[in-house]
Design a protein around this ligand. Structure first.
Ligand SMILES: [Zn+2]
Length: 123
């Protein structure tokens, strides 16, 4: 049995997608972290990157949960030359935390005590 997706598509179908993303998505914090506003966007960001040496799309090989720092890190490798790239996303920002809290409901725990980071500059 298949359900027809609504025209808004992905936002309804993908539990990792935040329908309330803002223009600050993928902007950089003052520290240089990449603003993430949901889980799906972090993989979208990596999918858009190419190896600087050989131009191949990168594959995610590890996900490092640093939520106690308000961060999430994706480690990638080029399948062609093996070079590694790390992408560090900010998940402390208000858009992400609001979305995460709505998703988890009573299970939500704020495990980063610092102030939410903000976008400092666009790419
Ligand atoms: Zn490469």
């Amino acid at each position: 049995m298949a359900f027809k997706r609504r025209s808004t598509g992905k936002s309804d179908a993908d539990p990792g997608f935040n329908p309330n993303r803002t223009p600050d998505l993928f902007a950089l914090t003052a520290e240089g972290y990449i603003i993430a506003q949901d889980i799906a966007c972090q993989y979208e960001y990596v999918e858009a990157q190419l190896c600087a040496d050989c131009g191949c799309p990168l594959h995610v090989i590890a996900q490092i949960n640093r939520s106690y720092q308000g961060l999430n890190e994706l480690v990638t490798a080029c399948p062609n030359c093996g070079r590694n790239y790390s992408f560090i996303f900010d998940v402390s920002n208000e858009v992400y935390q609001r979305w995460w809290a709505q998703r988890l409901g009573d299970l939500y725990v704020k495990n980063y005590e610092g102030p939410p980071r903000r976008a400092a500059r666009r790419h």
